[in-house]
Design a protein around this ligand. Sequence first.
Ligand code: PMP
Length: 317
Amino acid sequence: MAATDAPDRRIWIDGSLVPWRDATVHLLSHSLQRGSLVFDYMSVHATDRGAAVFRLGDHVRRFLASCELVGLPLAQGEQEISHAIVETVRANPGSTAVKVCAYLPSVEVDVVPLDDRVSLAVASYDPGLDVVARKSGAKPGYSPTLRIWLEKQRRNRRPDILSPHAKVAANYTGPMVAKWAAKKRGYDEILLLDEEGYLAEGPTTNFFLVDRDGTLRTPPEETVLLGVTRRSVLEIAERDGRKVIEERVRPEALFEAAEAFLTGTSAGVWAIATVDDRSIGAGAPGPVTAELAKRFREVVAGRDPGFLHWLTFVDEG
Ligand code: PMP
């Protein structure tokens, strides 16, 4: 089966909503052949006030920053992109996620395109129902805690090759190779180290430790993607009176920590049970991770008045 069809979904491409199955690019397009597609991915939540996008402005600004880092000359600005996202979420009821993409659809021969017109696309859908459930052989269900492999060979995205802040397709190839190998050996996820051997992040998640006194520690911004969930967890924890530290973390610190977890738009706050088959703390999810996961779920669902400004209610615009 080549493409999974989601017959109820429409995808916004350069100003028009087209059926899911028609959202295609040429095999020889620059973005496919060179990995130059820039994207961002955000969550949509069912709330008392209808569908709401979580931290829309932050995601759109990160998307624009990624385009800038890669040099894609995108024609649209923050407002236009935000409007396109809201329109697409409205047109696709029941969505839980939005993927916004900037890409070079032109067929090219060199790494630098002759035709540098950038297309903008927005897909709003439910990745579980519209994609995973439609694949034959898909295993339903999530494991509530993670078995992690600490990657020893392949380092995280290197700033001197391509900024780790850029959400560009090419930046995911190295982590894909490492995670695929770990999955074949039965692990759920990997953690990557930075150039100097400090903990960095997962292929699509940020990483936190919980010290024995309840302090949260996470690697600094220089070496990781600026995760919106990472920033949200730091802000929620601080608001709740918890101490948070952004600093380099040695891998050995994992095995002295009380708890560890990953954060991400898909993952939310996800407890780590083992790293290289060694248990972390007294068993996952630990109390701090469980509390933060609960707080994060409350915030994204609009049940914490202190963080309502993080939600864009698409039916009220
Ligand atoms: N690191 C990388 C490399 C990612 O791709 C992602 C997913 N966007 C994250 C961390 C988590 O970021 P966010 O919380 O914004 O989803």
